[in-house]
Design a protein around this ligand. Structure first.
Ligand SMILES: Nc1ncnc2c1ncn2[C@@H]1O[C@H](COP(=O)(O)OP(=O)(O)O)[C@@H](O)[C@H]1O
Ligand SMILES: [Mg+2]
Length: 341
């Protein structure tokens, strides 16, 4: 049983009751900056400050939040999605992802949600900011050996991807999650937090060698589901309404394709890593040269592929892919299975 009153939404229930989220009442930010829940009770004082993103895709603003319950004072980011029809779903999915990862000691890999509210007649949510964490493509360019074919580039990237795959594994297994927009600018990298990452789930422990901490953001297209139909999904008309969720291998397929397409990645990874990524994607040499030669925007191609009714990529199921990493790069990641006895 989940209780979304934690984030100021009048909804409680189990995953199969998620469709009720759409019509549940949320909090409101009044002109005097009072953030009140749907019963009129004060949750916090929320003061909007500098706008950092204002595009057709949405809006992101810095805010200061003084909690009424514990007097905690903190900076936060508030987001307004373009897809207002799915804004509640986006916040609820991110909230559940954070809770799920937290329960496994992996809370660092997703920003927590604080409140879901209306403000100036739009739906917004507040969340913790991730500091000093560039998006993946920007981070890669800061590596000393970037644009030189050096094995350390592939090793660093693989450590990051193994964290993404482990997060997806946990979220897929526990809440049927697919991100559905897993591209490099929806992944933040905290290089100051470089350490080994250990995830224990069911009877398996995954250990990733020291690498910068990887955080998933932007749940604006995500879904949770039991397999055939999503229980809940964000995203606008870009994605079909009855998309199977989760869909085998979709998220890693998207991310690896986005990465492999990039010229700077091709110039920075040694053949061993390029070959591994190509074979993970099951790309034939012929298909690979087609991709390299195409003028098509990779984005269009990727979204067309993964929304195709029959799409699936079993080799990129998170656990299958992690096992293939272990087999090829045992110095980056290892997996231990415990017997129950
Ligand atoms: N919690 C966060 N902390 C720090 N930066 C963030 C956070 N959430 C998003 N961002 C930054 O803002 C950008 C836009 O946010 P995102 O949620 O991806 O919105 P959009 O739906 O517009 O792509 C992200 O690419 C990331 O750089
Ligand atoms: Mg984004």
């Amino acid at each position: 049983m989940y209780d979304a009153n934690e984030i100021g939404l009048d909804w409680r229930g189990t995953l199969d009751m998620m469709s009720g989220v759409r019509n549940s009442k949320c909090s409101i930010v009044k002109p005097n900056n009072h953030l009140e829940d749907y019963t009129g009770r004060l949750r916090a004082i929320l003061k909007m400050e500098e706008t950092i993103v204002d595009s057709t895709m949405g809006k992101l603003i810095w805010a200061k939040r003084l909690s009424y319950t514990d007097s905690n004072y903190r900076d936060c980011l508030v987001k307004k999605s373009t897809s207002q029809a799915h804004a509640k779903q986006e916040a609820v999915i991110q909230w559940l992802c954070y809770k799920t990862l937290s329960s496994l000691g992996w809370s660092q890999h997703c920003p927590p949600i604080y409140d879901l509210f209306t403000y100036n007649n739009s739906i917004w949510f507040s969340m913790a900011p991730i500091y000093k964490a560039p998006v993946l493509d920007v981070y890669l360019k800061t590596l000393n050996t970037w644009r030189i074919k050096h094995p350390s580039n592939g090793k660093t990237l693989l450590g990051i991807l193994c964290q993404v795959a482990s997060s997806c594994l946990a979220l897929q297994n526990i809440i049927g999650f697919n991100h559905r927009d897993l591209k490099p600018d929806n992944i933040l990298i905290k290089s100051e937090d470089t350490k080994s990452h250990v995830l224990s789930i069911d009877n398996t422990t995954i250990t990733i060698q020291p690498s910068p901490t990887t955080v998933l953001v932007d749940f604006g297209f995500s879904c949770l589901g039991p397999g055939r139909l999503p229980w809940i999904q964000a995203g606008d008309d870009v994605l079909p309404p009855f998309d199977a969720c989760p869909r085998v291998g979709r998220d890693l397929f998207m991310l690896l394709t986005f990465l492999l397409w990039r010229k700077d990645i091709q110039e920075s990874l040694t053949e061993e890593y390029i070959e591994f990524f190509k074979s993970s994607l099951r790309l034939t040499t012929e298909r690979w040269s087609q991709i390299q030669g195409t003028r098509l925007n990779p984005k269009d191609w990727i979204y067309t592929m993964v929304t195709d009714y029959g799409f699936q990529c079993p080799a990129l199921d998170p656990m299958t892919w992690l096992e293939s990493c272990v087999a090829t790069f045992p110095d980056v990641v290892s997996i231990r299975t415990h017997s129950d006895s």
